[in-house]
Design a protein around this ligand. Structure first.
Ligand SMILES: Cc1cc2nc3c(=O)[nH]c(=O)nc-3n(C[C@H](O)[C@H](O)[C@H](O)COP(=O)(O)O)c2cc1C
Length: 390
């Protein structure tokens, strides 16, 4: 019975050695030019070597200058950045995994930085004037993107697809979950437009559809496109489940998306229990917290796109059950690899005990608040601790 997890699959022109992916982890910075700073340990190379089938970059918000959220984020808006990203793709492919570029845009999350540069933020309609105060009505600044600006950003995503191919990536992933521009654009909280780019779900999802259309057109039909889609916001008044599933259906029906990775939409990081990064996943009943959404998306898209489930997956027998039941086509993990980069090989070699990660999120806080290299605070070997990842 048990075997789907380790089956080889072909998507577009790309052969994947099994059905276990990595979920994107932005855990490195850029140097002054916008190139990736390889001075930090590169977890991704060790995860690729550790048996994982597909390894994305962390979200690259500098696909267009307006997307960059701060001066430490990598850029990918010019051919000069290709050698730096080629080193990433090569490092992942050397480990035997498919290398994928995750492209994103900060939208309202980039507003402070963009304003500090004297630029108008690129947002659906509004950004929070004081980011810590949220997007309450009194704290909203209106700055709707013009159609000309919208088409410029769409074209930039297409350019990124061409560059990604030239840099040796096997595919591209569009970030449309969590706090990304596309999450904002789908959300009635951030998108108050009343033209063709706002209002109905169809209109709020138009930018997603146009971006993936452009990526497929420029990147080629054999260059797989993954969309990491936020199905529901945890913020009151945001996108609701039915709308997220409708967006998945629209994307799949268009025929330009190969895989939809299901995740959370806009989320309140003060309430971690309702984010994609739920803490303390210590038993199987806490695992797979987006399972219902994945099943619903898979049923709704009717084969128009394959579906990846991520979020708290830790136990191989549970993942196998989910795939066997047709609730998803792939599974994807993030935090467990920070503790055990060789996790997939461990499972493939027969030790199928659950991932050691306890989802305490201390790796993330140490990294985000103290700028430490991403590492598990409980790791007991140097390689697990991430000091010699590469
Ligand atoms: C350090 C870190 C960085 C992350 N960066 C990204 C990112 O750049 N893009 C993204 O889509 N998700 C990002 N995530 C979220 C993960 O991809 C994933 O959705 C989440 O961790 C849930 O999966 P898990 O329970 O297996 O960790 C990040 C998570 C962590 C821990």
């Amino acid at each position: 019975m048990e075997n789907i997890l380790f089956e080889q699959v072909t998507v577009g022109g790309v052969t994947l050695r099994n059905r276990i992916f990595m979920s994107a982890a932005a855990c490195y910075n850029a140097d002054a030019t916008g190139d990736i700073d390889y001075g930090m340990p590169m977890l991704h190379f060790a995860v690729a070597k550790g048996g994982c089938a597909l390894v994305p970059t962390g979200g690259v918000s500098g696909v267009h200058p307006s997307g960059r959220t701060n001066a430490t984020r990598p850029m990918f808006d010019s051919d000069e950045r290709i050698p730096s990203f080629r080193a990433f793709a090569e490092g992942v492919r050397r480990g035997g995994a498919a290398a994928v570029l995750q492209v994103t845009h900060g939208g309202a999350g980039a507003a402070s930085y963009q304003l500090s540069l004297g630029r108008k933020p690129f947002v659906a309609s509004h950004y929070p004037r004081h980011p810590k105060e949220g997007l309450g009505e009194v704290n909203r600044e209106a700055a709707p993107a013009t159609e000309e600006e919208i088409f410029e950003v769409i074209a930039a995503f297409g350019d990124a697809a061409v560059r990604a191919r030239r840099a040796g990536f096997d595919g591209i992933q569009v970030h449309a979950a969590h706090e990304s521009l596309l999450s904002q654009w789908l959300s009635p909280l951030y998108n108050l437009r009343n033209d063709a780019w706002g209002g109905s779900v169809e209109n709020r999802c138009r930018l997603h559809c146009e971006i993936v259309r452009e990526i497929k057109r420029r990147g080629g039909v054999d260059f797989p496109v993954i969309v990491k889609l936020g199905i529901e916001d945890t913020l009151a008044g945001g996108t609701v489940e039915a709308e997220g599933i409708r967006a998945a259906t629209l994307l799949a029906a268009q025929g330009n998306v190969d895989i939809i990775e299901v995740s959370q939409g806009l989320q309140n990081m003060d309430d971690m229990e309702r984010t994609c990064l739920r803490p303390h996943i210590l038993s199987t009943d806490r695992e797979a917290y987006f399972r219902t959404w994945a099943g619903k998306v898979r049923a709704a898209v009717r084969g128009g796109a394959l579906v990846t489930l991520q979020g708290g997956l830790r136990t191989p027998s549970l993942m196998e059950e989910i795939l066997q039941r047709g609730e998803a086509d792939f599974v994807s993990l993030c935090r467990p690899y920070i503790r055990e980069p060789g996790l997939v090989n461990r499972w493939a070699e027969g030790d199928r005990s659950r991932a050691k990660c306890i989802s305490c999120n201390r790796c993330l806080w140490e990294h985000l608040t103290h700028g430490k290299p991403l590492a598990c605070v409980f790791s007991d070997t140097p390689s697990e601790a991430g000091r010699v990842w590469a």
